[in-house]
Design a protein around this ligand. Sequence first.
Ligand SMILES: [Zn+2]
Length: 393
Amino acid sequence: MTHIENITLKAFKYRLYPTKAQESALDTTLILCQRLYNGMLEERRGAYKKAGKSLTAYDQMKSLPEVKAALPEYAGVNAQVLQDVAKRLDKSFKGFFRRIKAGQKAGYPRFRGRDRYDSFTYPQPSQNSVIGDGKHVYLPKIGNVRIRLHRPCAGKLKTLAVKREGREWYVVLTCEVPRAEPLPATGSEVGIDVGTTWFYTTSDGEFCENHRFFQRSSRKLRVAQRSLARKPNKRSNRRKKAKERVAKLCRKTARSRLQLHHEEAKKLITNHDLICHEDLNVKGMAQGNLSKQIHDVGWGQFFQILSSKAAEAGRRVIAVDPRFTSQRCRICGHTEKGNRASQANFRCLSCGHSENADVNAAKNILAQGLRFVAQRTSQEDACHEKPQPAGLG
Ligand SMILES: [Zn+2]
């Protein structure tokens, strides 16, 4: 089993350019999978209501030949793709039962409408799915579909999913790749304070800009949204076009943001062994008046990317309690709202220490993270216990 620890799954997503005929086959496959999903859900409900019996994914897979015999159109869909529908439904049931067991709010798995069913999966694709020339991908029962391999795909192909996003089609190849070697130690530790003026500020006094691309695309998006609002007729073609444009701009913005989050996280991980950030209840904060900016900057996503990159590289990320980090003087510890002379400037009312407010906060965050590490280490020495992962990002 040891070799398993050295591999990890990585997803590669590429745009597909199907021909008209292929697009119609893809659409049909999605519709048939969606119907099958809803049918199997109905079957599970019925079996439970009538006989108090829970069906498994295996039970449902066994009845697929009957489905095919009764509904010949299903012969046009790859058998493994259909089996995966049963597994997908099973997953949502397992999630439902797990949440109930954990005492959380749990919604019974729902029927999915056309808009809520946008992908299908080949669970055991051929290793040669991407065809020799790198310009096509082989999708059983659909054909060789043109693909744009904008970055190379690597590793052993595990699953292949086809996804519809608006009018665009994508393929997601999930591959087993060797885990990256841990990065060499740098001896550097850093605290970062995220904000709306700057994307983040480090305890070393570096300011990372809030990316302007977003303001630009958000202007475009606002214009598109307004234009959509002016077309109330749900059936009109122009409304449909306007809606597609909004969705397209949203996707584009999300893509650029994701890419930038990856770049910024990589920079931090390369340069520091330990990164401390605020444990933001991003959701809670997003309800306040800063909601739009916070939503835009998407710190939740950023911290997630940071953590996963850190884990791969053998770095540590610690989320610290964010309370008072912006009001506390990092020199004397005096904590008061009035220390914040302005949005940008910190001036301690007790000792007079003055500094950029975000840098002061970032230094507090780093100090808090280091205290946490020291505590853990001393506890470990005292009772030879492994530290709990709680609090670690
Ligand atoms: Zn002070």
